[in-house]
Design a protein around this ligand. Sequence first.
Ligand code: ADP
Ligand code: ADP
Length: 215
Amino acid sequence: DSMISIKNVNKIYNNQTTALHDVSLDIKQGEFIALVGMSGGGKSTLLRLIAGLEKPSSGNVTINSTDSKSLMRVMFQEDRLLPWMSVLDNLSFGSKDKNTKAHALELLELVELSDYADHYPTQLSGGQKQRIALARALMTDPKILLLDEPLGALDALTRRKMQDLILDICQKQNLTTILVTHDVEEAARMADRIIVMKNSTNSYEENCPKNRNAG
Ligand code: ADP
Ligand code: ADP
């Protein structure tokens, strides 16, 4: 029941920078993984390989899902919302489905921003914008959610609340989730398993199921 299999992956940029060296990793369906480690350790590269945004120099990344509707979405540190569009239009943008609007309103409820459908991104706080970005990432019902430091720019309290909201949603939707974070406490609080990236490889990992919902 592994959702993502990474086997002996190497990634070398421009024939000179080794970003990943012999990384092997299996991620189960529904598992919440945190990738931590120093800057330059290869976390973003691994995430981009899983997202299919880059190819490994050698080795394999396999996504084991037959559901082709919409496999995965990435949420970034910056919200990437279109400032000239309302919240509802930001969520609906790019879809021709008749039910899109209803689905967008459902997701606004899920991220507790039902009253903000007609607001514009500039009228929202940082935390609210990230909740909209999360709703946007969930619009296509992905099976895998990739989170690249999504809470890095938020203040401590907002960050905590967002952690809980993300956990709650990931559990409800049984998402397989990979979170890149510099914050070890955040990793321990959210993840089932923490993977430490060091010297371009996954040098160490720790299971932490007890931490789920702690605090
Ligand atoms: P992290 O996310 O842990 O900070 P990265 O995956 O961003 O690590 O980077 C790993 C290494 O690969 C670093 O040395 C970085 O400079 C290099 N690197 C990352 N992306 C590129 C790229 N597109 N082109 C060249 N080198 C890159
Ligand atoms: P993050 O803050 O998520 O770790 P990075 O700083 O690793 O992001 O990368 C930001 C962008 O810059 C990415 O698109 C990556 O491909 C590119 N990049 C990172 N390191 C290098 C590098 N050494 N040379 C060229 N591009 C790089």
